[in-house]
Design a protein around this ligand. Structure first.
Ligand code: HGY
Ligand code: MN
Ligand code: MN
Length: 398
């Protein structure tokens, strides 16, 4: 399975993945998912938001145990963030068969659409729409860097953008959702563990900062006559690092767009996207407010207008304690498996308000993620499949 998936959407130059929602690479990933489902005789369906589902047993019976993750990537992402969870889901189902374990509840595998929000800017768009945490109207109007709307992109991919929206009936059939994911950090490695269980997801969000100055000639405009948005942006980036450090939080400006982006032109506008995360929502709000204030103060000095728009936000997620503890016991073997929080968002977090959810993490020896250098050892991945099979057997077959 891994070998079939590996070449899809991989950039030969960087080795990173470019599997963005509703692109050709996404379509190839989705074709791979469907082939895996049908090769196992699973009932295959695509829901109104484009999420793919593969079922053993009839989901209408309810109380289903569902596992899965996402197949899309960030720009030049790694091979494991998302796909490890989907491949491990199919492999764990195969393992149940090998064990002769017979599910007495419906078992589902899901590929959530557009988890990374790399193209249209909102993370977990497929699961948010399904959980009613992203309005269909706002979703349809999201635009990519070329101005293509999500609605147009879905239409071109053969989906009906007018059909998107909440799917409470579908969520009501799920008794438990368990997502396996590569750890995006080194806690398991530092503790010498192959597999761990998630306790919580830090609150996190994305804010777009627009810095509007005055285009002018780089070679003839005196410094004192400039209204240069690049200065305000640069100051804001440095302020973000300082405010986050002081608060024990995280802040990243990973994406910037400069207009007109000419070497010899003072920009008219700079747009920077802030990703910020903290252990609690008050700290996060305070850090973002401090960064915004620093931006406005510098903007006043530079004669640059500053506007800030929140584009995506996920409140703190506390996974179901019952499910968390049950998983820790199921996968721990002798001693309970380690339980750890994460700063990375996941579909499991989005669903956690509507469905009992849990996550398994597989050791990441370097902690690196959202990079072509992301890696995991094969035996750790196999241990993850075994752990997921233990969980599915314990929840659905016990
Ligand atoms: O950004 C995140 O935390 C996740 O990878 N979407
Ligand atoms: Mn990711
Ligand atoms: Mn992910």
């Amino acid at each position: 399975m891994w070998r079939d998936l590996a070449p899809i959407g991989r950039d030969a130059g960087t080795g990173g993945y470019r599997r963005y929602a509703w692109t050709g690479a996404d379509a190839d990933c989705r074709a791979w998912f469907r082939a895996q489902a049908e090769a196992r005789g699973l009932a295959y369906e695509v829901d109104r938001n484009g999420n793919q589902w593969a079922w053993r047993g009839d989901p209408a019976a309810g109380d289903a145990v569902v596992t899965g993750s996402h197949l899309d990537s960030v720009p030049d992402g790694g091979a494991f963030d998302g796909p490890l969870g989907v491949v491990s889901s199919f492999a764990a189902l195969d393992e149940l068969g090998a064990r002769g374990a017979t599910p007495r509840r419906p078992l589902g595998i899901v590929n959530f659409t557009d988890e990374e929000g790399a193209r249209f800017g909102v993370a977990c768009a497929g699961s948010r729409l399904t959980a009613g945490r992203l309005t269909p109207r706002r979703a349809r109007e999201l635009r990519d860097a070329d101005g293509v709307t999500l609605a147009d992109a879905m239409e071109r991919a053969g989906r009906d953008p007018e059909a998107i929206g909440p799917d409470p009936e579908r969520l009501a059939r799920i008794g438990a959702f368990v997502e396996l994911h590569i750890e995006q950090g080194r806690a398991l490695d530092l503790g010498g563990h192959r597999v761990g269980v998630a306790s919580a997801i830090w609150p996190h969000g994305r804010w777009r900062f627009d810095f509007d100055g005055e285009a002018n000639h780089a070679g003839t405009t005196r410094l004192q006559d400039r209204r240069d948005p690049m200065l305000t942006y640069a100051t804001t980036v440095l302020a973000a690092r300082k405010k986050a450090r002081l608060a024990g939080a995280l802040a990243t400006f990973g994406k910037v767009a400069v207009d007109p982006n000419g070497v010899n032109a003072i920009p008219s506008r700079v747009r920077g996207w802030l990703d910020s995360r903290a252990a609690d929502e008050d700290t996060l709000a305070a850090v973002v407010a401090a960064i915004e204030q620093a931006a406005r103060e510098r903007g006043a000095r530079d004669g640059v207008a500053v506007s800030v728009t929140r584009e995506s936000f996920t409140p703190v997620v506390e996974f179901s304690h019952e499910l968390r503890d049950r998983l820790a016991a199921l996968v721990g073997g002798g001693a309970p498996a380690p339980v750890l929080p994460t700063g990375a968002g996941h579909d499991a977090g989005i669903l956690s308000e509507a469905v009992p959810t849990a996550m398994l993490f597989v050791r990441n020896p370097t902690g690196v993620s959202h990079s072509p250098a992301e890696s995991a050892a094969e035996d750790d991945c196999a241990a993850g499949v075994g752990a997921l099979a233990d969980v599915l057997e314990g929840l659905a077959c016990g």
